[in-house]
Design a protein around this ligand. Sequence first.
Ligand code: ADP
Ligand code: MG
Length: 348
Amino acid sequence: MGAVVLEGVEKSFDGIKVCSQIDLSINKGEFFTFLGPSGCGKTTLLRLIAGFITPQSGAVFIDGNEVTKLPPEKRKVGMVFQNYSLFPYLTVGQNIEYGLTIQKKSARERQKIVELYMDMVGLSGFGGRKVTELSGGEQQRVALARSLAVEPEVLLLDEPLSNLDARLRDKMRSEIKSLQKRLGITTIFVTHDQTEALTLSDRIAVFDKGRVVQVGTPKEIYDTPGNVFVAGFVGDTNLFRVTRSGNTIRLESGIKLNIPSTSGPGNWLSIRPQNIRISAKPIHEPNSFQGRLLEKQLNGVWIDSIIEVGSTVLRVAELNTFEMKGELQPGDNVWVTLPENGLRLLED
Ligand code: ADP
Ligand code: MG
């Protein structure tokens, strides 16, 4: 049995279903991410696992034991809340010590553990500081140390990076990952940010409106999205409604494309911007069309282009290498190829 198992978990507030039939099994030591847009029930599910709320139906297991109705302190979980929820009137040391007092550890033991975890998150010597005097990043570290100090079986992190500025976010992201690997602790990480999910996770569950729509490794989720929602939410893509006959599909604009004979069913076409090829000269290959460059934007590593083919608008991304001559300008004619292998049919 997984380290955390959810079986048919359902939660409603005031008759409105927020989590629907959630079945998940998270392995011991795994870095597992709940990814989805705001309001899709991620925090609610995390609180159900922590024990702050109970489901109307279904069961929660931690380490093989059913904990559905147990209070948080009996579940061996540590949680970092989105707003950190530190005690403002306590020092850094006292915040980290808090859970240990509940565990009835001796003063000496508590002191040792507090030092250990302050050191682990890079806050040695901060014990006597007031948490209100700390920066956002430092508060984040206190919250992390506080949740780890009780030595939980499972670490729950609710959007822990969302209040930090971009540079600090990148730094904390890699620190959290290396700490998690070092401790080998089963971790559930909640985010609405696809980059965080793709870079940190062993596996991801993608949520849409209170349901899990796909579970997989970052590569599986990105390369083989299970439906049109996942394709659009994880990574950029071009999406078009299509009708199919045999190995040909037709976009609403009239464009016809050959698709691989192995294509699954679906009335949506997804093609990632980096899978479309651009040329300043005519291309004589299948799935190639003449179009017009509408916009071009340099993003550093990438050059993003908007190209119009008839009434179809395509977003294209090219790697910005030294070989790029930048000869194409908005208004120019261009030729695009949508290679068969880059085309994916998806269902709603
Ligand atoms: P997420 O974390 O994915 O943004 P939440 O789990 O916080 O989503 O919320 C999902 C939905 O449940 C939202 O519509 C939210 O307003 C609602 N909700 C969450 N907690 C409560 C509550 N205690 N009472 C009523 N509605 C709630
Ligand atoms: Mg939330």
